[in-house]
Design a protein around this ligand. Structure first.
Ligand code: BTN
Length: 237
C-alpha cells in the first residue's frame, strides 16, 4: 500500500502500475486528488482530508465478473465499514453511497482486457468524503453532497480504510454473487422512488421497482417495465 498526500487520480496512477506489472492487492491512497474522475469522465471533487483510494484486482477464479459487479462489491464493502462505525448508509444505484439522502462516496471500477479477450485487471477506485471540506463543497454539488463527519473526524480515515479493505477481502473470499446481490438490494436507496432517467435508451420519469439479478435497475417507465444497465444510464432523484 502506498499513501500519498496528493495525486492526480489514484485510478489513473494504479492503471499505469497495473500495466507495469504491479501485483493484485496493490493499493494507492491519496488524501486529495487534482484530477479525480467519476463515471462518464465527470470530475470527482476530491478536496484535502478525504479518502481516495484504488485497489488493483487481477480476478481469475472469481464469480464476480463485470465492472458493475465489482462496483457493487465496493459499495457493499463501504456500507459494511460505515455501519461498523455507526452510520446508516444506502446505495444509490449504481455506484454511490449515500448518508442522510446525500452522496458521501463514489465508486469507479475500470478494467482492461488482453488481446485474448481475458480480463487483465480491475482497478476499483473509491472516494469517500470523510470530513466536510474547508470552504464547503463545490457549488455544483453543494446541495447533493455530504461528508461522514460534519465536525472533526480527522482521526478516522485509517480505521475506515482498513475496515473497507477488510470487508472487500471478505467479500472476495466469500465469492458469492447471490449474497452480494442481496446485500446490495437490502441497502438500496432508490427502490420505490421516482427517478429521472437522464441518459441512455429510456429517458424520462420512472418508478424504481428493484435491482435485477445482473445488478440492473428495474424501473416502471409508464407503459413498460425496463431494466437499465449501469453502463448506459444516469439517474436523477
Ligand atoms: C463517481 O462519482 O462517479 C465515482 C467517483 C469515483 C472516485 C474515486 S476517488 C479514487 C479513484 N480515483 C479517481 O479518479 N476516481 C476514483
Amino acid at each position: 500500500m502506498e499513501w500519498h498526500e496528493i495525486l492526480p487520480s489514484t485510478n489513473d496512477s494504479l492503471k499505469q502500475r497495473a500495466i507495469d506489472g504491479a501485483p493484485a492487492g496493490t493499493v494507492l491512497v491519496a488524501r486529495s486528488q487534482t484530477r479525480g474522475r467519476g463515471r462518464y469522465e465527470r470530475t470527482f471533487f476530491s478536496p484535502d482530508k478525504g479518502l481516495y483510494f484504488s485497489v488493483l484486482l487481477r480476478p481469475n477464479a472469481c464469480d464476480v465478473t463485470s465492472c458493475g459487479q465489482w462496483t457493487a462489491m465496493g459499495a457493499v464493502a463501504v456500507c459494511r465499514a460505515m455501519e461498523a462505525l455507526g452510520f446508516s448508509p444506502k446505495i444509490k444505484w449504481v455506484n454511490d453511497v449515500y448518508l442522510d439522502g446525500k452522496k458521501a462516496c463514489g465508486i469507479l471500477a475500470e478494467s482492461a482486457f488482453g488481446a485474448d479477450g481475458r480480463r487483465e485487471y480491475v482497478v476499483l477506485g473509491i472516494g469517500v468524503n470523510v470530513v466536510m471540506p474547508k470552504g464547503g463543497f463545490a457549488p455544483e454539488i453543494a446541495s447533493s453532497a455530504t461528508a461522514m463527519y460534519h465536525r472533526g473526524g480527522y482521526g478516522k480515515v485509517k480505521k475506515l480504510l482498513v475496515k473497507i479493505l477488510d470487508e472487500m477481502s471478505s467479500l472476495i473470499l466469500e465469492n458469492d454473487v447471490h449474497s452480494l446481490l442481496n446485500e446490495y438490494r437490502a441497502r438500496s436507496f432508490l427502490i420505490g422512488r421516482e427517478v429521472q432517467v437522464v441518459e441512455g435508451r429510456c429517458q424520462g420519469n420512472a418508478t424504481v421497482l428493484g435491482i435485477s439479478d445482473e445488478f440492473g435497475l428495474i424501473v416502471d417507465a409508464g407503459e413498460k417495465q425496463v431494466v437499465l444497465d449501469g453502463g448506459e444510464v444516469s439517474i436523477k432523484i
